[in-house]
Design a protein around this ligand. Structure first.
Ligand code: PLP
Length: 507
């Protein structure tokens, strides 16, 4: 009999065996009169002591779930009729299905850099690890007025589920915004979602099955990597450089892995800030078409541009039906709205509308209406212009601070837009080791490992969110980071010279 036992668990082994058998007996998977393996046999099967099994059997016998037959063995007893379950005491073992999650590695979230920073207890912490813009710039008061006006205007209608695809006037507005960017979208091809994360999740779940391969640029957005892993997908990373995914390497990977999807962030990538060049955009589309692979284009901050020339979206270059485009109001306006959207055509669009409905019924009708009102009266465009102006200054402040405070060996290409800058550390420094040191000095960042399909590739990198802080804070934070890097370098030099000294003494 196979019983999963977790030797690292705080629950004693006999309790784990007992809980497993108890559940199987009560649920009927082990029928009454079934003979259990002899304790010696069971102990050898599970690699545990015989007494452990005897204890488990004894507990179940005491509860009337097993009975011994002299000279024959231990048998399953007909369970008594269902009795009320006693309340679980704090510290008592979880129900078996919870223990199974625990022993499968669970879903324990990794420690966040922001938590490390808080735990370090610095009096004036500076957090560069976040993923959104500056909340002090959110137009909270204006939005409050818009919400009130919408409630006055629409009353109870604003509180219904609303249309499956999303609020029609907002879909029209989005179609207009997309058209102004050269993306030919009809409101009937737009699906409003709870942020673009939901749009990405729906697309992935609809198009892929466990074990399927998906192509991403490496590095890429960490929560998409986590999503793909959680769904049991095979992640195929294509290295990226300052012009985005190295599409030249893609064809071979398509032939080898037969992926079912290509996920890409062509504008101001998270984490690198890089933009996919026009030549690569065209080649990517041609390859995806030749190998019949859909492209999922994540344009999460496309409008936050501080320099350079806007390149056409993949969706704008798509001859039709090949690209699924997702974007969001989270970064350009406020993440707490939870409004993002997807633009796609054909049978896929019909399927994803239905799939979203069975997942969540609808996206908040009230917020869609308020957002539509906010965008239509021109406030959104004004907010965007203001954000670009402020974030450009912060990007410049970061560029200067990096030159002023970090060792020359630290490399950074100033991004032309978005929220993030990507730094490469000198070869001997790991961003994972740097982080706790930096937190002690009062600054946090996102270490590079989380953004690579294979975490080890990211050791030399870190991501800084420059959009979240005013220039003076950026300067101070980078100065602290420089201090942490210098400390690590000094420690490395000291231990190298100790090692050399010790070598000198060996005969
Ligand atoms: C690249 C990228 N795509 C999508 C998202 C999801 O954002 P939201 O669900 O708030 O639209 C994020 C959030 O950080 C992101 O960085």
């Amino acid at each position: 009999m196979r019983i999963p036992v977790d030797r690292k668990s705080s629950v004693p082994l006999y309790r784990q065996i007992e809980a497993f058998l108890r559940q199987r007996i009560l649920s009927g998977s082990l029928a009454p009169q079934t003979r259990l393996p002899a304790t010696r046999q069971m102990a050898s099967d599970l690699g545990v002591n015989r007494i452990t099994v005897e204890n488990a059997y004894a507990e179940l016998e005491a509860d009337g779930l097993l009975f011994p037959r002299t000279g024959s063995g231990t048998y399953v007893q007909q369970p008594a009729p269902l009795a009320p379950i006693p309340r679980r005491e704090p510290g008592a073992p979880w129900p078996l299905w919870q223990q199974e999650i625990q022993s499968a590695g669970g879903t324990e979230p990794p420690v966040r850099p922001s938590d490390l920073l808080e735990a370090a207890g610095h009096a004036d912490p500076i957090d560069f690890a976040g993923g959104s813009g500056d909340c002090r710039m959110f137009p909270a008061e204006e939005y409050r007025k818009v919400l009130q006006a919408v409630m006055r205007r629409d009353g109870a209608a604003a509180l219904e589920y609303g249309e499956y695809q999303g609020y029609a006037p907002l879909r029209s507005t989005i179609a207009h915004i997309l058209a102004s960017q050269g993306i030919p979208a009809h409101p009937d091809n737009v699906l409003i979602t709870a942020g673009s994360q939901q749009a990405i999740s729906l697309v992935v779940q609809l198009l892929l099955r466990p074990g399927d391969a998906v192509v991403v640029e490496s590095p890429t957005y960490s929560l998409v990597l986590d999503l793909l892993l959680s769904l049991g997908l095979k992640i195929v990373g294509v290295p990226a450089d300052e012009a985005g995914m190295q599409v030249e390497r893609l064809e071979q990977l398509l032939q080898q892995n037969h992926p079912k999807l290509i996920y890409t962030i062509p504008n101001f990538s998270n984490p690198t800030g890089a933009c996919l060049s026009l030549a690569r955009r065209r080649r990517l589309l041609a390859l995806a078409d030749r190998y019949n692979v859909p492209i999922l284009e994540d344009d999460y901050v496309g409008d936050l541009r501080y320099g350079g020339r806007a390149l056409p979206a993949l969706k704008a270059l798509d001859p039709g039906g090949g690209v699924i485009y997702v974007s969001t109001f989270s970064k350009m306006l406020m993440p707490g709205l939870r409004v993002g959207f997807l633009a796609a055509e054909g049978p896929f669009y019909e399927s994803v509308v239905h799939y979203k409905r069975v997942n969540d019924l609808a996206t908040s009708s009230l917020h869609q209406r308020a957002l539509e009102s906010y965008v239509t009266v021109g406030r959104y465009q004004a907010h965007l212009r203001r954000s670009c102006l402020i974030y450009r200054r912060r990007r410049d402040a970061l560029t200067q601070a990096v030159a002023r405070h970090l060792p020359a060996a630290v490399r950074m290409d100033p991004p032309q837009g978005g929220l993030f800058a990507w730094l490469r550390l000198p070869g001997d420094i790991s961003s994972e080791i740097l982080l706790p040191q930096a937190c002690r000095l009062g600054v946090a960042f996102a270490p590079g490992g989380a953004f690579f399909p294979s975490g080890a590739d990211g050791e030399s990198f870190l991501r800084l969110n420059f959009a979240g802080h005013p220039p003076e804070t950026i300067d101070q934070g980078v100065q602290r980071l420089g201090g942490a890097i210098k400390r690590l370098q000094l420690q490395a030099e000291r231990s190298a010279s100790r090692l050399n000294g010790a070598r000198g003494r060996t005969p």
